[in-house]
Every structure is written in structure tokens, then in C-alpha cells.
Design a protein around this ligand. Structure first.
Ligand SMILES: Cc1cc2nc3c(=O)[nH]c(=O)nc-3n(C[C@H](O)[C@H](O)[C@H](O)COP(=O)(O)OP(=O)(O)OC[C@H]3O[C@@H](n4cnc5c(N)ncnc54)[C@H](O)[C@@H]3O)c2cc1C
Length: 496
């Protein structure tokens, strides 16, 4: 989620999860040898956080990641522009409490506060102070109106927007809709919107937010380029991957909701109707960066200046200029307009961005444009969108995702955080929570004792005796691919 409305004065929520989020992993080390206890599907923020927690507890885990890199929707590209370009997440929200900043390695990573203000262009000029005040007042009134409605009912946010916003209406629709939620306000639940924690402070990482996440994933037992196709929860866990089968006692699934809904990852037995429904209600919206190199700072902007347009329709964007003092500028699009534009391809996206910029600053800017590139998250097969925002009438669906998928499988990720959805910090906390649930399920480690002996007297809710499950697990483990079980699991450095 981008640097949305830093001036918003929405009600602050005390994170119910704050206490759970404590106790960071002290060391990201690989586990000792032995059968896998936990398989984690996906090495984005949630997967890395879960793995660190399990590594710190010295449990035997493996992370399998479909792509050739770690970080998921938080990844830094250093080749396209020769400077760090965050293809996904860039804003580090609430840095004072963000679990990711707390763990930042001291060396090689620089975090600095993001500017607090934003600039607004009205045609070819900047908004005057009075006009900016009108804009900010309109934002505050609208968010309050949505909060108010959400106390009584869960309706599309658009229905709560005050009718008298005048010529700021389209801009407010963009800032609170596509820019905040990656969806138009008509597609967003008022309840979900109102429960999002206020994100009124942010920071940036000079080396890229993705680089920071990669640093936090170093030394973990991560297998890149290993897409999972099926998670079988019967008789222990069996995960089918493109490179073979993995058996484990438990699983943490962190793939984006759209990947589950589209059948990109299947479960056996199939998910129940209410679970399928919850993933569908937490669908990802559309959000992309159109990155342009603007040579010689032709717009005369400061480092990390955020520029919005007073727009008249949905064909608008937000620009983060001179990213970390470089010549890289990100022009962000989202919602239905962004989705349709992205479907037309990179050339159409760049064309829009160049003309949008020319419309705000004059056509001379075109001659200062160097390298260009656009992300297309909707088309990334292991993401299929940007981040989740609940569809109207889905107030309980996020909570549903917090429930175990089966008695030995947990879902984690940004969509499974009730107040920090759509953020890396939320995904991280969710991953840690899932790891804590797994640790509670596994029980204390008994060195030398067979891992499953602890559970052999329990019965599962489904009535299947754990001993029998343990035997089946052991059989499957024997059959499974040796690369995951040949003594000490391989520690694979994330490939870039
Ligand atoms: C353009 C954009 C801008 C954003 N801006 C911000 C921002 O400024 N600040 C912010 O905090 N957040 C932002 N976000 C949101 C943020 O990136 C996400 O909330 C967060 O990174 C999600 O982490 P996650 O672990 O839940 O999921 P992911 O990062 O998606 O991780 C899931 C992992 O699972 C892998 N996977 C998928 N399918 C399979 C499979 N079948 N087998 C194995 N692995 C699989 C994926 O490759 C991925 O690595 C932005 C997102 C986008 C797209």
C-alpha cells in the first residue's frame, strides 16, 4: 500500500496484535537435521517472518518459494535503473512500531523518515494553501463519514462519501480508493476501510524495502524456484512441488489470496465453502508503478516529493519523485482504471504516465525522460494483484483467514491482518502469529525423542488417531523427495 494520505486523521486503532508481535527471532539460522516439522509456502514478508520465528525456536522447517527470489510483493530491482527500484512495497509504515524496521540490520541498510507533506497540481500549477486545506478537509470528512457508517453497517465506501465534496470529489475517490485500497471505493467494504490502522508516519529504505526484506531472509532454509501445486492435509502434510514432494507435520501457507482463489495452489481435501468464500472476499486490487527516469530533475522537485493531481475523473495517478535522491520517479496507478491500463500492456502504461506528467508540468518534460519500465502485478502468476481490500459485506472474512485451514495448516499474509492489511508490516506480524500457532501445536521439543511421539495420545478433531497419522506421515516422508530430507536441509541463498 503506498504513501496514502499521510495527513488523514482517521481514528487510530491500538493493534490487537501488538502483544503477539513481540519477541523477534534472535537469529535467522537454519534448523538442525531431521524430518521437516513445518513447510512454509511462500517467501514473502509473512513467510520470512514465520521462518525466522521457527528458526529461533530451533524447529525443523523448510520454505518453498515459487519465484527465483525472496520478498514476494516487496522486492527491489537494481538492474532496470541502476538504482534501487522497489517494484512493490516501498513505504515503511509506522516505522516506530513496524516489526521490520525493528529488525533492520545495522550495516548496509539506511532507513530515513519520509516527508510528511504532499503537493497537489491543479492543471499546470500547484494548489495554493487554501486549496490544499480544502483538499485535506475533504479527506478528513470522507474518512470520518466512512468510519461513522462502518459502526452501523458494512456497505460500499462510496455510499458513505459526503455528497458535497464539489470539485475535489474525483481526487478524494482516487486517494482513498485506488491509492489506499488498490480498488475503487465502490468495491471496498466500509468496515474494512474503517478498521485499517492509521498510517500517518512512514520511512524509506535507501537500498529498497525489498533489499531490507532480503537481508532479513538471509540464512533461512529457503528453496526458490519451487512452486507448490497442492497441499494435502490428510495424514500429516504433503506438499507437491515442481521439484518433488515434501512431507511435514504442519504447514503455513502465505501465498496471495488471488493465487488460492484462482486454483494456483490447491488443497486436498478441497477448502470448505466458507474458506473459499473468505479468500474470494479478500481479493487483491490492482496497483502498479510506472517508473520513469527523469534526467536532471526537470520538475525541480525535492527528494521523495509526493505529487497528486486535482483530477476530474478516474484517469489519474500519484507520483513519488526523485526516489531517495535519485532520478527515478514512480507514477502509480490503481483500481479499475489501473487494472484496465495494465491489461493493455507496458507500452500503454508508459504512454499514459508520460502524457499525465506532461499535462501537469508541460510537454518539455518528455525530452528529459530516460529509461522507463512498468510493473504489472495483476499478470504476475504468483501474485495476481497488488494487495487485499475486503469487498462490501465481508466484515468477518479477514477473521476467517486467521482460523486454521485444517488442524495442521495456517494461512498467513497481509490479507490475514485485520488492521494492517495491505502492508509489509501486517504480513510480517501475520507470519509471526502463524508461527506461534504452529509452535503451540507442535509442543515443546524433546531432544532425541521422535517428533511425533508427543502427539501420539491425542485425537484430531476429525477423529483420526494421531498415531495412525504419524505412521502415514512417516511413510510419505520416506517416499518424498530426498533433497528435502537428506540430513541437514540445504541453506540456499536467495537468487537474484
Ligand atoms: C505495487 C505495490 C505497492 C505496494 N506498496 C506498499 C507499500 O508502500 N508499503 C507496504 O507496506 N505495502 C505495500 N504493498 C503491499 C505489500 O507489498 C504486501 O502487503 C506484502 O508484501 C505482502 O506480503 P505477503 O507475505 O503477505 O505476500 P507475498 O509478498 O505475496 O508473498 C507470498 C509469496 O508466495 C509465493 N508464492 C505464490 N504462489 C506460490 C506457490 N504456488 N508456491 C510457492 N510459492 C508461492 C510468491 O511468489 C511470494 O513470494 C504494495 C504492493 C504492491 C503490489
Amino acid at each position: 500500500m503506498p504513501g496514502k494520505a499521510l495527513q488523514l486523521s482517521r481514528r487510530s486503532f491500538l493493534a490487537a496484535s501488538a502483544a503477539l508481535a513481540a519477541r523477534p527471532a534472535s537469529a535467522a539460522t537454519a534448523p538442525s537435521s531431521g524430518p521437516v516439522e513445518v513447510v512454509i509456502v511462500g517467501a514473502g514478508a509473512a513467510g520470512i517472518a514465520a521462518a525466522r520465528r521457527l528458526a529461533a525456536a530451533e524447529r525443523r522447517y523448510v520454505v518453498i518459494e515459487a519465484t527465483d527470489h525472496i520478498g514476494g510483493r516487496c522486492v527491489t530491482d537494481v538492474t532496470s535503473f541502476g538504482v534501487p527500484f522497489d517494484r512493490g512495497a516501498h513505504w515503511i509504515y509506522l516505522p516506530d512500531t513496524n516489526p521490520v524496521t525493528k529488525l533492520t540490520p545495522v550495516r548496509g541498510i539506511d532507513i530515513y523518515p519520509a516527508p510528511q507533506s504532499q503537493k497537489v497540481r491543479i492543471g499546470l500549477r500547484y494548489a495554493r494553501e487554501g486549496e490544499l486545506e480544502d483538499f485535506l478537509t475533504a479527506q478528513v470528512r470522507t474518512t470520518r463519514a466512512i468510519d461513522e457508517v462502518a459502526r452501523k453497517t458494512d456497505i460500499p465506501c462510496v455510499q458513505a462519501v459526503p455528497p458535497d465534496l464539489g470539485d475535489w470529489r474525483a481526487t478524494i475517490d482516487f486517494v482513498l480508493g485506488p491509492y489506499f485500497c488498490a480498488k475503487d471505493l465502490a468495491q471496498v467494504s466500509s468496515f474494512d476501510f474503517a478498521h485499517a490502522r492509521e498510517r500517518n508516519a512512514a520511512a524509506f529504505c535507501k537500498q529498497g524495502f525489498g533489499a531490507l526484506l532480503t537481508a532479513l531472509g538471509q540464512g533461512l532454509n529457503i528453496h526458490p524456484a519451487t512452486p507448490a501445486t497442492t497441499v494435502d492435509t490428510r495424514g500429516g502434510i504433503t506438499v507437491e512441488t515442481a521439484k518433488g514432494t515434501i512431507a511435514a507435520r504442519t504447514a503455513i501457507v502465505t501465498v496471495p489470496t488471488n493465487v488460492v482463489s484462482s486454483g494456483g495452489l490447491k488443497f486436498s481435501p478441497e477448502l470448505g465453502h466458507h474458506q473459499i468464500d473468505a479468500f474470494g472476499r479478500m481479493s487483491l486490487g490492482s496497483y502498479d508503478h510506472i517508473a520513469l527516469e527523469l534526467l536532471g530533475n526537470p520538475l525541480g522537485l525535492e527528494s521523495d516529493d509526493l505529487v497528486l493531481q486535482k483530477s476530474t475523473d478516474t484517469h489519474t495517478a500519484a507520483m513519488l519523485a526523485n526516489v531517495s535522491g535519485t532520478e527515478l520517479c514512480l507514477i502509480d496507478i490503481g483500481g479499475a482504471f489501473g487494472r484496465d491500463l495494465s491489461a493493455q500492456g507496458e507500452a500503454a502504461m508508459i504512454d499514459f504516465a508520460v502524457n499525465w506528467l506532461a499535462g501537469l508540468f508541460g510537454s518539455e518534460v518528455k525530452s528529459a525522460i530516460g529509461r522507463k519500465h512498468a510493473t504489472r502485478w495483476d499478470a504476475e502468476p504468483y501474485a495476481l494483484g497488488a494487495w487485499s481490500a475486503a469487498v462490501p459485506g465481508s466484515q468477518f472474512a479477514r477473521r476467517q483467514l486467521l482460523e486454521p485451514i485444517a488442524d495442521n495448516v495456517w494461512y498467513a499474509g497481509e490479507a490475514a491482518h485485520e488492521t494492517l492489511w495491505g502492508t509489509v508490516g501486517g504480513a510480517w506480524e501475520s507470519g509471526e502469529r502463524a508461527a506461534d500457532a504452529v509452535l503451540a501445536h507442535l509442543g515443546p521439543m524433546r531432544p532425541g525423542a521422535p517428533a511425533l511421539a508427543e502427539e501420539s495420545k491425542k485425537r484430531t478433531p476429525g477423529g483420526e488417531h494421531v498415531e495412525r497419522r504419524a505412521r502415514r506421515y512417516e511413510e510419505r516422508r520416506q517416499e518424498a523427495s530426498p533433497q528435502y530430507f537428506g540430513g541437514t536441509p540445504t541453506i540456499m541463498a536467495p537468487e537474484r
